[in-house]
Write a protein that binds this ligand. Structure first.
Ligand SMILES: Cc1ncc(COP(=O)(O)O)c(C=O)c1O
Length: 398
């Protein structure tokens, strides 16, 4: 399946305004994602918020089916959240740890995840250990297998880190987890919308993602998948009367499905936007998206590699649409600002968001240029020219 880029770009109003290479921050919404939200907000304003939810109940409910299709999960295994961190926290803090229990985590773990490990370790006496990476910079399944003993309670992986193009071997890590019956928590925040997801093939017990990045959904949306067997025992760290209906004065009953991790009140316009974004990605085909994103990412790297004074920092054998670079003598924040003046969007990835990896590789703050399938070759050329000009203007003389 190939992607009709012209049509896709016509359906993406933002491409007429900016060269958007900040998809790892938040992707540009297609117009149907925008419309789904606006329509619902207008309905709320016209007939009332609760009444709008009633009228759109089927569409709102169908968002779970869309996310289930995206991930290969059952709809009862899906919860919606306000971001990936809220989803991840709900799952992680629902697990019980005792002194000496081992949490094995990847070296590229996202900061929010790692500080939660540290907090739980402090509270419970569990220990956090880092799974070594192999020579290509990937979290190493063999090294993980060698670490397993009967104290390992959790294996955690950030599939695609926030700070670069690396795509970790998530299914291989899952195979080790499955072989030993250890819960596997997969942070798919930067993967969802870029890479095909099949929770069965990945072998994960939990998968979390955000709506706004490569899925091109609204801000303030997140996804939680929890496998049925874990759901049966997972006790949400906080509950309300939606997660756990109050059935007698002294008793509540936790919902049997993943929505035990949700609360009663929600932003339904955003949820409908998320559903529209997932459907849009599925209509295009995640396989086709993945092929194009990888190709554009490699093209961007190859183009930048030809510019003197530009250094690329992406590791791994399979690399995604996130491209990280630094320019000799050019402060990354100044570069971001200068590019912004030319309506080229990038972000800066700081060491503190992936501290272990940044320290291991002695990484400075880096410019993060993240492409998506709706970007094109002309935009890459424009970006490369802007980077070359920056280097000539601000960098040391070659
Ligand atoms: C790898 C990774 N995990 C988790 C998150 C957190 O996502 P959210 O901001 O939706 O909570 C991010 C956000 O940048 C991320 O890059």
């Amino acid at each position: 399946m190939t992607i009709d880029i012209e049509t896709i770009r016509r359906q993406t109003p933002g491409v007429r305004e900016v060269v958007h290479f900040n998809n790892a921050g938040a992707g540009l919404m297609p117009d149907r994602v925008l419309d789904a939200q606006i329509r619902h907000l207008e309905l709320e304003a016209r007939i009332g918020g609760y009444e709008a939810t009633d009228r759109e109940a089927m569409r709102i409910d169908a968002v779970y089916d869309s996310v289930a299709r995206l991930t290969g999960a059952g709809r009862d295994e899906i919860a919606l959240a306000e971001n990936a961190t809220a989803a991840w926290d709900m799952a992680f803090y629902s697990l019980a740890f005792a002194p000496g229990d081992r949490i094995l985590a990847s070296q590229v773990e996202y900061a929010a995840n790692y500080v939660a490990f540290l907090q739980v370790a402090e509270r419970t006496g569990a220990v956090v250990e880092v799974i070594p990476s192999n020579g290509d910079g990937e979290t190493c399944p063999d090294a993980l297998a060698a670490m397993i003993d009967d104290r390992v309670r959790l294996i955690s992986l950030t599939w695609i880190p926030t700070n670069g193009g690396l795509v970790n071997p998530a299914a291989e890590i899952g195979a080790v987890a499955r072989a030993h019956g250890i819960p596997y928590l997969l942070d798919a925040c930067q993967a969802a919308g870029q890479v095909p997801i099949d929770v069965e093939a990945l072998g994960c017990a939990v998968l979390t993602a955000t709506g706004r990045k490569f899925l091109r959904g609204p801000r303030g949306t997140g996804i939680l998948y929890m496998r049925r067997d874990l759901l049966r025992t997972a006790e949400p760290p906080t509950i309300d009367h939606f997660a756990a209906p109050w059935v007698a004065p002294d008793r509540y009953e936790l919902r049997p499905d993943a929505r035990r991790f949700e609360t009663w009140e929600n932003n339904y316009a955003a949820r409908l936007g998320l559903g529209a974004a997932v459907d849009y990605a599925l209509d295009i085909g995640i396989g086709a998206i993945w092929t194009r994103v990888r190709a554009l990412g490699e093209r961007l790297r190859a183009t930048l590699a030809d510019i003197p004074g530009v250094h690329l920092h992406d590791i791994g054998r399979t690399r995604c649409g996130i491209v990280t670079l630094s320019i000799d003598g050019v402060d990354p924040l100044a570069a971001k600002a200068a590019l912004g003046e030319q309506r080229i969007n990038v972000s800066v990835s700081r060491p503190s968001s992936t501290l272990l990896d940044a320290r291991a590789r002695d990484l400075p703050p880096v410019i993060r240029a993240s492409v998506h399938y709706y970007n094109d070759e002309d935009e890459i050329a424009r970006f490369a020219a802007a980077i070359a000009a920056l280097r000539r203007m601000k960098g040391p003389r070659p």
